[in-house]
Design a protein around this ligand. Sequence first.
Ligand SMILES: C[S@@+](CC[C@H](N)C(=O)[O-])C[C@H]1O[C@@H](n2cnc3c(N)ncnc32)[C@H](O)[C@@H]1O
Length: 159
Amino acid sequence: MDHESCTSQHAAPCYRVRETPYTGEAKARGVFAARSIRRGELVETAHCIYISKQEYDQHMRHTVLEHYLFSSRGEYFLALGVGSLFNHSCRPCLDYRVLRDQLVITYTAARDIQEGEELTITYGKIWFEDQSLKTRTDEDDPVHHHMDDPDGFLAALAL
Ligand SMILES: C[S@@+](CC[C@H](N)C(=O)[O-])C[C@H]1O[C@@H](n2cnc3c(N)ncnc32)[C@H](O)[C@@H]1O
């Protein structure tokens, strides 16, 4: 099978990864809507690598992956694919859920999203200066119920 026929079997994703200079990394990326997305639409399903509390405490928390891990009930999950590239906003347009048994995180539109908008999640309390609002004009009211979700925090929040 040649490259073209292989890639043509995949449905086009509703997002695109682009640079986000405001997040400050050497290669700073974020995820953006490639088309309009309806509230409730499943945007991504990220398969995860499971990381035990022991592995996290002894190794991972001392690495750059500390900034990419999700925690849920004292265990840790590294989301593969774009699952690790959603930036934080205190007015996120995505909800996410950690499905521990399936080792999967799902990301769902929390409201209607326009083409070109950045797709963001909340990290809960954050440990860096949130630069996102300085670059956005979106005035939509966020959906904040996921702030109370024990399965919805990045790792640093558990420290
Ligand atoms: C899970 S990564 C997100 C992807 C990351 N931008 C990249 O290109 O690898 C989390 C890191 O992105 C940066 N970040 C995410 N949201 C941000 C925001 N609202 N303001 C500033 N930096 C942010 C922080 O450096 C954070 O540690």
